[in-house]
Design a protein around this ligand. Sequence first.
Ligand code: ADE
Length: 241
Amino acid sequence: MRLDYLSIFPDYLAPLGLSLPGKAAARGLIDVRVHDLRDWAHDKHRTVDDTPYGGGAGMVMKPEVFGEALDDLRIDGATVVVPTPAGRPFSQPLARELATRERLVFLCGRYEGIDQRVLDHVATRAELVEVSLGDYVLNGGEVAALAITEAVVRLLPGFMSNADSLVTESHEAGLLESPVYTKPASWRGHDVPPVLLSGDHARIEAWRHSEAERRTTQRRPDLLAPVTLDVPGEAGGADDT
Ligand code: ADE
């Protein structure tokens, strides 16, 4: 998978050379290229932003700089990921979807965001996916791009040495993971649940599953809620009775 990042803070993306993505790059699974967006600015100050039309606070990232960068990076046919609080909520299914793509190009915005025409233009040349990490505001897209990258890269075929851990971990089964323990069996007055010491694999599996359900019910009941679909022709959707 090829991964490109456009950012005015390329140093912020240095962790891509470490840890998990670093390991994937060393194994030849990913080809990572970080680009300084200011390299495509032409003025003395390498300006990338300007005041918003219509007034208001903050600055907006200019379209021309992105336009030239996207041309040089030949984004045609790629999947362009734009981290923004206005995007599709990031999730394990979305990570799995992105892991199937051959090339991801991350556009890291700063300030009040990127001129909308950049996104409209991208959508005519590439698959555009605007992604939100959650309902809070970061100062820019870099941290979100790192998080999305980590979630995607670990799903690439050949990355995980123990493929089983993908199946059992949180969110892969639609449930949170059950608690985990290691030695010693007793520590500061807290004991490992005896079932885990029993050697009875069927009972251990049953315990793990019921713990996962209990945790999910307590902490994230939204994950268990049935999906309601909007039925065409019924204003307000299926649950509007
Ligand atoms: N950029 C700023 N805030 C963000 C968020 N919550 N998710 C993704 N990108 C962002």
